[in-house]
Design a protein around this ligand. Sequence first.
Ligand code: TRP
Length: 456
Amino acid sequence: MTNKKRVTFGSRLGVILATVGCAVGLGNIWRFPYMLGVNGGAAFLLVYAICIVVLGLPVMITEFFIGRHSRKNAAGAFKVLAPGTKWIVIGYNGVLAAFLILGFYFVVAGWTLEYILQVVTGSLTGKTAVEFASDFTRFSSGIFRPIFWTVVFTALTHIVIVPGVKKGIERASKILMPVLFFILIVLCIRSATLPNAGAGLSFLFNPDFSKIDSSVILSGMGQAFFSLSVGMGCLITYSSYFGKETHLQKTAVQVTILDSLVAILAGIMIFPAVFSFGIEPTVGPELVFITLPNVFSQMPLGTLWSLIFYVLLALAALTSTISLHEVATAYVHEEYQMTRSRAALVVSAGVLVFATLSSLSLGVLKDYTIFGLTFFDFLDYVTTKIMLPFGGMLICIFVGTQIDRKILKAELTNQGTVPFYFFNTYAFFIKYIAPVAISIVFLNELGLIEWIRRMF
Ligand code: TRP
């Protein structure tokens, strides 16, 4: 079943960093604070943290199993492990999710490039909090500028994708991740020492349990899946490049810890500043973009810090868009016998159509809604809150019911050479707990549980 010719990542550190690069991105720094702000603060953090441990980590280990065991892309893996069965829908769900996620991700990634330009040209300084906010809205609801940056970001991703995963991602992540951590910590210190910072920290860490309702739970679960990049086969594709000595469980734990740490640091960097500058935590997707310029304006050498930060944010976004693009490209390339560059072109062109529409839906097309959501919000909702948890649930059920426990254990312990102390607990979780928990969250959001409670 193993295909010896498939390239693998070069070193152990390379494996972890490439996977962290995939997980850490706008999801941690842009989406996490924005979701936390909209969903009532620390209560959301709590739900998110529980979902990371109970659902995210087990699903990640399971994806690693599928990827390294089959050595195929997200869809091909199911053709190898369960030929001729309906389980292939997990793969299709993943490839489609990659397209749709990129449809809004490229737009936000494009915004980071606009900010780099603004820093360089000096137009991101000397404004009041209100001006930072109104200028951002004017930019993001415009037509040509945001679309231009979306196209640029898509092109950047495309250029990295074509020659293949191994060299580019691994090398870049080795430098990027440590620097990103450093700058986040500097910004946390600045933000947490601003006047009224305590209110922000309390919003972030002191939960108001009355805020937890079905929509907060669904949002927390969606954020956990999105942030860890699980539920759509991205990590199946990545782990298909892992070497046979890669310690799968340990890698999963390390990636989960680093990813969560970046999200928490992003929270500490954002919320004290939000409260200090009188910004509404509930503003939505623009939160990070209108908060941080205020922080930079309060720092010595603010321009330099902001330049480093936005460049890193763009690069963190790039290591994530590469991973999403790779899922779709590897699928088209391997399943349709197309050359890699042709496959990448098909994906880039397709995604740009979605991305252009979702950028426009923040401005001229904002009145065209789907189920009451703008196209941008619709793509975000369908992928993070439905497709990823649904995919994660099927991945767990698939491995829980279709894979021989001995095979599962052999792969996860590298043929018995490394221990897996909680194997039985893990196996129980993926077979029963995760699918049931995810179903309950779905039913709860649909109001079914409330309905049943009222009946009795
Ligand atoms: N996790 C990334 C982030 O936080 C985004 C991402 C990359 C992703 N690959 C994914 C999300 C696969 C879901 C599935 O920015």
